[in-house]
Design a binder for this molecule. Structure first.
Ligand SMILES: Cc1cc2nc3c(=O)[nH]c(=O)nc-3n(C[C@H](O)[C@H](O)[C@H](O)COP(=O)(O)OP(=O)(O)OC[C@H]3O[C@@H](n4cnc5c(N)ncnc54)[C@H](O)[C@@H]3O)c2cc1C
Length: 466
């Protein structure tokens, strides 16, 4: 008999992460909580026998609704978790967002589903490999439905090039290729001459080179999200799926008797959850849980920070042709930079603020050149900063000499800027797991610059044959 198991994983909480507050309430700090594909060993399981399975959605009034699972956040993380519950169980799911899907980091994403810049044996490697395989399966599934992944997801197997311009970077890239090959990926080191044949417009100098992963793919985040949302909506007619957009979550509902979380209150609705509330609110997750638990006996600190990123999209760009997705090696350093550390392509913009810009470049499915990307800590503002656009352009010029013949001003009318706030964690690891004192509240955030590639859904849940 098939039974559905909701795996609620216990985070490997450090003792020093739990302390008493001034008020002697427990303070729980998610430090390095990380849930990868292999974490079932310590997982606690909440079995849902058949009799507990989803009933049709009960609505007590027009603004009160009941679901098995309520997910806060309609970014790639929230929507893919919803998808997993919908296709893998018969639980009912509500997704609630203060805005709309893609209004957060997801909508800005460049769409690289890459392994070339990931590090074998690092803490996030398994999760990245898992995401890589799941996306390949996902694209296959789309194809098996008679649909074209290129159209539906903006899916392209461009292959990825991680490029370096000095002998030192070339040596690091060679080592990287060796490690990636040993980890089972098809990887190749390209000398500057070999690279010129693959990307004639790219100039890395005579000492440079590239790590090349022909199997790496990219997608269009907005199209992929629209597709996932469409699939989720198939379950609406069965009463198993609902969306509440432009409707921020404002507070948690706690049970008087057990102090369990029973659901959430939003600006317009009350959403009861019978099994779990999942906080997948990207960089807002920290402040959100802080607010949600304000009046509770738990002080919860999820130290996720917004890390702003700009991307420039030059529409119908014909002056340069790229055959692959590209990224400079400096990107890898910037990914792990902290507020205080500065690296070679960092620019001090204001007192105490460092901007890092590393070249990323790709052509999307409709012939736009997408250039990135910047990283900075400037709070929650998503305003366009023209000086950063200039930095991105100047950085791209260093790799593509042809761009020097053009002026960014020529593209004012055919230019779009995408800005997103990456959910950044100091230790580079996402926070995925239940709140220790409240096992039915699960946090899933902190994917920084890898939320599109690393996970297609969070392994909180699986279907088991019994
Ligand atoms: C410029 C840029 C380029 C990137 N490129 C790539 C890439 O090539 N590959 C890759 O893998 N990753 C990339 N990323 C990273 C990736 O986009 C993120 O890791 C990922 O989108 C995070 O998804 P999320 O669902 O956690 O957050 P988000 O997409 O930010 O979603 C969070 C959602 O929560 C909602 N929310 C917040 N507060 C509330 C509330 N109180 N009530 C209800 N809803 C709320 C928000 O409105 C938002 O929709 C890039 C990011 C940026 C900025």
């Amino acid at each position: 008999m098939a039974s559905v198991t909701l795996h609620i994983q216990s985070p490997p909480l450090n003792h020093d992460a739990v302390s008493l507050s001034r008020n002697h309430f427990p303070v729980v700090t998610f430090k390095t909580t990380f849930l990868g594909s292999s974490l079932t060993a310590n997982g606690k399981q909440l079995s849902l026998p058949k009799t507990f399975r989803t009933q049709p959605v009960i609505t007590a009034s027009s603004s009160t609704h009941t679901f098995d699972v309520v997910i806060i956040g309609a970014g790639i993380i929230g929507l893919t978790i919803a998808r997993q519950f919908l296709i893998g169980s018969d639980l009912s799911v509500a997704v609630v967002d203060k805005d709309v899907p893609c209004s957060g980091a997801t909508g800005a994403g460049q769409g690289y589903l890459w392994m070339v810049h990931k590090e074998p044996e690092s803490d996030t490697w398994d999760l990245a490999m898992r995401g890589h395989k799941l996306w390949l399966m996902f694209a296959e599934k789309v194809r098996a439905q008679g649909l074209d992944p290129l159209q539906e997801l903006g899916w392209k197997q461009t292959g990825s090039l991680l490029v370096g311009r000095s002998a030192k970077e070339a040596a690091t890239l060679k080592k990287k290729v060796k490690k990636l090959s040993e980890a089972g990926l098809r990887a190749e080191y390209l000398t500057s001459d070999a690279l010129r044949l693959k990307e004639p417009e790219l100039d890395v100098g005579k000492d440079g080179g590239a790590a090349f992963l022909p199997g790496d793919c990219q997608l269009d985040a907005q199209r992929a999200v629209a597709f996932i949302q469409k699939e989720n909506r198939h379950f609406s007619s069965k009463g198993r799926y609902a969306e509440f957009f432009h409707d921020p979550v404002t507070s948690l509902l706690r049970s008087d008797s057990s102090s369990e979380v029973e659901g959430v209150r939003t600006s317009k609705n009350t959403l009861y959850s019978k099994k779990a509330v999942i906080v997948a609110a990207g960089c807002w997750s920290g402040s959100l849980v802080h607010d949600l638990f304000r009046e509770s006996d738990i002080l919860l600190n999820v130290p996720v920070k917004p890390r702003k990123g700009h991307l420039v999209v030059l529409e119908n760009f014909s002056s340069l042709k790229l055959n692959h997705g590209l990224m400079e090696m400096g990107y890898v350093d910037h990914l792990h930079d902290t507020v205080d550390r500065k690296s070679s392509h960092s620019v001090k913009v204001e007192e105490g603020q460092t901007l890092s810009v590393s070249m990323t470049a790709t052509m999307d499915t409709v012939g736009n050149l997408v250039l990135g990307s910047s990283r900075q800590f400037t709070g929650y503002s998503t305003q366009v900063d023209e000086s950063i656009i200039n930095h991105i352009w100047k950085r791209a010029e260093e790799f593509f000499p042809k761009l020097k013949e053009l002026s960014l001003e020529d593209f004012t009318l055919d230019r779009k800027v995408r800005i997103g706030l990456r959910p950044y964690m100091l230790d580079g690891k996402p926070v995925i797991g239940p709140v220790p004192a409240l096992m039915n509240v699960i946090i899933a955030t902190g994917h920084e610059g890898g939320g599109l590639s690393m996970v297609i859904y969070i392994p909180l849940f699986s279907t088991e044959e019994k």
